[in-house]
Design a protein around this ligand. Sequence first.
Ligand code: IMP
Length: 176
Amino acid sequence: MEPRIERTLISEVQIKQRVRELADDISRDYKGKIPTLVSILKGGIIFLTDLMRDLTVLHEIDFMSVSSYDSGMETTGVVRILADLSRNIEGKDVIIVEDIVDSGLTLDYIRHILLARHPRSLKICTLLDKKARRLVEVPIDYIGFEIPNEFVIGYGLDYQEKYRNLPYVAIMVPNE
Ligand code: IMP
């Protein structure tokens, strides 16, 4: 049986509007610079592609793939690099673009790896922030929405690799 969608948490319209606002903030903060947006696969891609189309500054994109979840709903605490960036970020202004920050373990790990490569600056932008679940403090510069401690799907976020295509963010009830 498929899991149930309990209710829409953030609508397509709300996401669109907030992504535009975040893009405006980033465009203002990076005026005259050419930031590299690093998207964390796979969840971050939809947010990245919407965000970049709303940016008014020149920018580059790159991807990194890590795994922190064992395709279920519980964090394993294990973070592995599955695919690394394609280019050197030394001296670059880097913005990590994430779908969601939950425990913060993944982001903390990625942040330290990227800082060791000596970017000129490193900021973090996440669409969703599940603050109540935080295990490590990570500095987040741009936050789309703070959300409650619920498992969410849609707009890039998956449950067992599915539902990433939903244009909204929904709360999911797993099957017992
Ligand atoms: P963290 O290391 O606990 O912060 O987990 C970050 C990653 O866990 C995210 O990039 C997502 O891939 C996944 N994740 C965390 N919470 C959810 C959720 O509610 N729905 C779907 N994926 C989630």
